[in-house]
Ligand binder design. Structure first.
Ligand SMILES: [Fe+2]
Length: 472
């Protein structure tokens, strides 16, 4: 090589080193919305590789004339490379001067003087929240690979079909994989829906790495418990999201399981107080692993002594079925099984239909559904023969819709993505009379007939089905 050749090689090498060493990541990405601490408040969350200011510019009518600043935290992945990113949060309140107005379409972008995102939009709820009839898409178990339902959800969300989306655990498969790159790419995928409506979450088993650090860091749910358990209101609904994983990852410690159970009881007590129940008559719980399922596998939901339902043996600690029944939970939404399943109104393996002709009108027990078929690389789950407590099942990829019409009528649909968006299950949960508690709950309270009582503990001592099935 002559001297000119050596010179150009040196220059090229220096240039390459400068480019690779000098890469910056100021550009905002992974933008998503959630409901904040105060009802109506909106939290906007995003990531940058380098530290920047945290600014949202927003406004009605397409003009971004309002500005709100927030803060960022450094998140470091637990892998070998210790990949890092700054996670930014800005909260928009209705109480702020000249801030959000009801029933208004706001446009916004996020970033700093070092780089701005594209412009997105969201719509605020009406002034009278009691009269709001929100539409929600709800599913679990959506991965980076084979996220089959996502394109349909993108089209519907950007067409304004939903007011919020709820993801009931198991994200990305897994957010920590490849030094966190799978999590980053998944968050970019869901930006196409989560930047337009609040994307509310529940933790699942696929988030367990590094003590759930990716899940705790990346999302911005209300409350002090780092997204692991919290509640929020949407018009006439009180949603309660909690961790089923505390029951299974006991090596991370018992303390948070105890804390969560206490918090759950207090939250349910408050939500079911007559004054609150009148304003928000619907209580819906969100947990990842189901109490009941009829899938052809050995998962805990196929077992009578399921930890969530029955409690942790031998003392039946922190059992949830009686707790949820006692406080009159209307609907319990689960995922984890990669299928859709709707149960009859159910308590303690006994069916409590409202009547023979109208099983979901004035039911006398909570209704459970499993909605874990959004799409992931583990594909779908299939079923055992139909048990007496299961009403409808499907292994199609898809997701559910919840539409709360008012204090008495709630509509649920299951969309099959395999069948090009066909609605394969469409049913109504109806409460014709105001109901605070289910019939047996009064007796439960009088007798302290809770999970620790000897009679209930003995019900399934042989791990067999109870003999009495009450189908009304
Ligand atoms: Fe799962």
């Amino acid at each position: 090589m002559n001297s000119a050749g050596w010179t150009s090689l040196v220059l090229w090498s220096a240039c390459f080193i400068a480019l690779s060493c000098g890469t910056v990541r100021y550009q905002p990405e992974q933008i998503h919305l959630s409901y904040g601490e105060k009802e109506r408040s909106i939290v906007i969350t995003w990531s940058t590789g380098n530290e920047t200011d945290s600014v949202v510019k927003y406004g009605g009518g397409g003009q971004l004339l309002q500005t709100k600043t927030g803060s960022s935290t450094l998140f470091v992945d637990g892998g070998q490379q210790k990949a890092s990113q700054y996670i930014h949060r800005v909260t928009l309140y209705y109480e702020d001067p000249d801030s959000l107005q009801p029933e208004t379409k706001y446009f916004y972008h996020v970033g700093s003087d070092r780089g701005w995102s594209a412009v997105y939009w969201f719509v605020t709820p009406p002034e009278k929240l009691n009269d709001w009839a929100p539409s929600i898409a709800i599913y679990g178990d959506m991965g980076n690979v084979n996220a089959q339902s996502l394109p349909r959800l993108q089209a519907e969300t950007q067409a304004g079909v939903y007011d919020a989306i709820i993801h009931v655990g198991d994200f990305a498969y897994n957010m920590d994989d490849y030094e966190g790159q799978v999590g980053d790419e998944f968050m970019r995928q869901i930006e196409t829906i989560a930047a337009y409506v609040p994307y509310m979450t529940t933790v699942g088993n696929h988030e367990s790495a590094y003590n759930f650090s990716h899940y705790r860091a990346r999302f911005s749910m209300p409350g002090p418990y780092e997204n692991m358990f919290f509640s929020f209101n949407m018009g006439p609904i009180h949603f309660i999201s909690f961790s089923t994983e505390y029951y299974y990852y006991l090596h991370y410690g018992f303390k948070m399981l105890v804390k969560q159970y206490e918090w759950l009881e207090n939250d349910l007590k408050e939500a079911s107080h007559p004054a609150n129940r009148t304003v928000r008559p619907w209580i819906i719980t969100l947990g990842h692993r189901p109490m009941y399922c009829s899938n052809k596998d050995d998962d805990d939901c196929t077992q009578i002594k399921n930890r969530l339902r029955y409690g942790i043996t031998p003392l039946r600690l922190f059992a949830l079925e009686d707790l949820f029944y006692k406080y009159g939970v209307d609907l319990e939404v689960w995922a984890h099984e990669h299928s859709y399943e709707r149960m009859w109104p159910l308590h303690n393996y006994t069916v409590y239909n409202g009547s023979y002709d109208r099983p979901y009108t004035n039911p006398e027990a909570p209704v459970h559904i499993v909605v874990g078929s959004a799409g992931c690389q583990e594909r779908v789950d299939h079923f055992n023969p139909l048990p007496h407590w299961s009403a409808f099942r499907s292994s199609d990829y898809g997701y559910s819709r919840i539409k709360v019409h008012n204090a008495t009528h709630l509509n649920l649909q299951q969309v099959s993505d395999d069948l090009d968006g066909e609605i394969i299950d469409d049913w109504w949960l109806v409460k014709e009379m105001p109901r605070i508690r289910f019939p047996l709950a009064e007796k439960m309270m009088e007798d302290d007939h809770l999970p620790s009582s000897r009679s209930r503990r003995d019900d399934f001592s042989n791990n067999s089905l109870p003999p009495v099935v009450q189908i009304r």
